[in-house]
Write a protein that binds this ligand. Structure first.
Ligand code: HEC
Length: 137
C-alpha cells in the first residue's frame, strides 16, 4: 500500500513537471490563428498584392509589364491552373511563355515571394480569383 502511495506521488510530480515543459514549448511557438473568412482572405490578398509589388506590373484590367489580373484569371480558369503552385515555383507558366517575360516573373518568385507563407500565397490566389467581382466592368 505504501509503495502505491509513493508511486502515485511520484507520478503526480512527474506529471506536473511534464505539464510545465509542454507549457514552455507552447510559449515559444506562434499560436495558431483561427482560419480567415473568405472576405478576410480577399482583403489580405489584395493588400499583399500591393505590398509584394505585384500591382506595379499587373493592373487589374489592362496589360502593363505583365498580363492583367483579369487576363491571368481567364486563362487560369479555362485551363484549371493552380496559382499557388505557380507562385511557389512548382508549376510552369501558362499565360505568357515567352522566355524573357517568364524570366521577369521568375525574379519575383525568387525575390518578393521567397519568405511568404502558404497561407499568404493562398490569400493572393483568392484575391486574384475574385478580382472581377470586386472590379466589375
Ligand atoms: C516586374 C514585373 C512583375 C512583378 C512585380 C510581378 N509580375 Fe507576375 N508576371 C510578370 C510577367 C512579365 C508575367 C508574364 C510571364 C508569365 O506568364 O510567366 C507575369 C505572370 C504572372 C502570372 C501568370 C503566370 C503564368 O501562368 O503564365 C501570375 C499568376 C503572376 N504573374 C502573379 C504575380 C504576383 C502574385 C506578383 C506579386 C508577388 C507578381 N506577379 C509580380 C511580371 C511581374
Amino acid at each position: 500500500m505504501r509503495f502505491f502511495s509513493v508511486l502515485i506521488v511520484f507520478l503526480v510530480v512527474c506529471g506536473c513537471n511534464m505539464g510545465e515543459k509542454s507549457k514552455k514549448v507552447t510559449e515559444t511557438t506562434v499560436p495558431e490563428r483561427a482560419p480567415l473568412s473568405k472576405d478576410s482572405q480577399i482583403f489580405l490578398g489584395n493588400r499583399l498584392f500591393s505590398e509584394k509589388t505585384c500591382i506595379t506590373c499587373h493592373d487589374v484590367n489592362k496589360e502593363k509589364v505583365g498580363p492583367s489580373v483579369k487576363e491571368i484569371m481567364t486563362i487560369y480558369k479555362e485551363k484549371n491552373g493552380d496559382i499557388v503552385s505557380f507562385l511557389k515555383g512548382k508549376a510552369n507558366p501558362i499565360v505568357d511563355t515567352t522566355a524573357s517575360q517568364v524570366a521577369i516573373m521568375q525574379a519575383n518568385i525568387d525575390g518578393f515571394l521567397k519568405n511568404i507563407s502558404d497561407e499568404e500565397l493562398k490569400t493572393i490566389a483568392t484575391y486574384m480569383l475574385h478580382v472581377d467581382e470586386l472590379n466589375p466592368e
